[in-house]
Ligand binder design. Structure first.
Ligand code: ACM
Ligand code: ZN
Length: 482
């Protein structure tokens, strides 16, 4: 039987013979600079695997392919030659550990599943209105106060008593090291200037009103944003980023920049004065200027900032300032950024948001999305990323149920782009790799649960959204009328 491999290799030829392939099979390695970065050639002949690669990542991916071949062919495997390399340099998965925090041991399982399908970025969302999860020595209240919330209710997902937790620096280093061994770069996200209630609950003086507030206990978009008219804001942000840069050796730091209401800025004298000094009348530009300054600080430390696409709206950000992650709305600004040479990560809400029900985003819809076509220039889509937000999910089983096999689907598109062989082929390979994937420690929903009856899609979507307290916010953000 032919092997099942995810992502499907770019080129695979069967050369006629039969080999024994098992966990003890000999693997010979050699190097060639002619193989593209992260790519490899793999042959199986006379019971021996031979890998040719130009870098360590290529060897790692080839070994992962060997694992999948061994798992799906048993001991009788057709001799083959594979030539393989990724379409996108950035192949990411995210996990929101701010709304709900997950065990380090569970994060490792997810990382193993992502590594098995050759993903190479873990975007770790660590701060939000509902919790701050990363210790910052210079501002200890961020975790002492900002990591705790009272009795939560995320649309019926209720947690009695206090919900709290944050990672120790050693645990963060452990994840960074674990990922590095799997050729995965960790990109931490610290949200600013919005989604900052946990900061303001800890240090109210950084808000426009200075009023004491509590860490949020439900989902939503909140007015409690950083006061950009307060000069001390940069002391706070730069101190946070200094410690983040120390912990995360990668090239990128995600600084958020999405869903930032202007309500408090409009009423704030300090913000008005600052905007006047900057010669700015438009609050989109006010945000853009802030993101630009933070990105410049990160650049001075050798890092590139990533921001969500809303921050482009003010027109302040140039391609050299930031990389942009696209999720929803305002496409024209993102297109303009790309046509000037800017790079984006494509995480389209309607296709790559994996926390939504299959009724809303069936697997085939995710598979059939063509990220390469969203770029304005050849390299403007630098990569793609699967998103996992956790307002409505508080168990690792819940994460797996929603994330798998979407993770593998997005990994296949990230690796193959428009060479991807199609959804039906994917599902067959996915089922054959089920056991190997589950060995990572992730539980996969039963096959029947992955199929959606088209007649039930609308009722199930309504059921999902019904009763969301701020349904209008979600609706507005979906239809981009915010
Ligand atoms: C986002 O989902 N607010 C980036
Ligand atoms: Zn202000």
């Amino acid at each position: 039987m032919k092997p099942a491999i995810i992502p499907q290799p770019r080129k695979i030829t069967y050369t006629g013979g039969i080999s024994r392939a098992n966990a003890l099979s000999e693997i010979k390695i050699s190097h060639s600079s002619e193989i593209p970065s992260e790519g490899y050639r793999l042959t199986l002949k006379n019971d021996i695997f031979h890998i040719i690669c130009s870098d360590d990542a290529g060897e790692y991916y080839a070994r992962n392919t060997v694992k999948q071949i061994v798992s799906t062919c048993g001991c009788v495997c057709p001799d083959l030659e594979i030539y393989d390399f990724p379409a996108f340099a950035y192949r990411g998965l995210s996990l929101d550990c701010a709304r709900h925090i997950f065990e380090i041991s569970d994060i490792k399982k997810l990382i193993d599943a992502a590594a098995l399908c050759k993903m190479n970025v873990f975007h770790w969302h660590l701060t939000d209105d509902q919790g701050w999860r990363i210790p910052i020595d210079g501002y200890p209240l961020l975790t002492q106060t900002g990591s705790r919330r009272k009795k939560s209710n995320f649309r019926g997902l209720k947690e009695d008593g206090e919900y709290c937790g944050f990672y120790q620096k050693d645990e963060i280093r452990e994840i960074v090291g674990y990922c590095a061994k799997r050729h995965i770069e960790v990109i931490p996200e610290a949200e600013m200037p919005g989604h900052t209630t946990a900061i303001l609950a800890s240090y109210p003086e950084f808000g426009c009103t200075g009023k004491e507030i509590k860490v949020q206990t439900k989902e939503g978009i909140f007015d409690t944003v950083l006061c950009l008219g307060n000069e001390k804001i940069y002391d706070l942000i730069f101190a946070i980023l200094d410690e983040i840069c120390e912990l995360f050796p990668g090239r990128y730091i995600h600084i958020g920049g999405d869903e930032t209401p202007r309500t408090e800025w409009k009423k704030c004298e300090k913000c008005a004065k600052k905007a006047e000094e900057l010669g700015i009348t438009d609050l989109d530009a006010f945000q853009g200027q802030f993101i630009k300054s933070v990105a410049a600080y990160l650049r001075s430390k050798g890092k590139t900032a990533i921001t969500w696409n809303e921050s482009l709206k003010g027109g302040q950000l140039e391609p050299g300032d930031v990389m942009v992650q696209y999720w929803m709305g305002n496409k024209e600004y993102t297109d303009d950024f790309m046509s000037k040479g800017g790079r984006i990560i494509q995480s389209d809400f309607f296709h790559y948001y994996c926390d939504y029900p299959l009724a809303m985003t069936p697997l085939k819809k995710t598979y059939d999305f063509e990220p390469e076509k969203t770029g304005k220039k050849a390299d403007s889509v630098y990569g793609i990323e699967a998103e996992m937000w956790t307002e409505f999910i508080n168990t690792f089983e819940g994460i797996c149920e929603k994330y798998i096999p979407r993770l593998q689907i997005i990994a296949e598109r990230a690796w193959c782009s428009d060479d991807a062989p199609g959804f039906d082929s994917f599902m067959k390979r996915f089922e054959r790799l089920r056991a190997l994937t589950e060995q990572c420690g992730v539980k996969i929903p039963a096959s029947e649960k992955l199929k959606i009856n088209p007649l039930l899609r609308i009722p199930k979507i309504i059921e999902f959204f019904a009763g969301v307290p701020d349904f209008n916010t979600i609706k507005n953000s979906i239809f981009n009328s915010k």
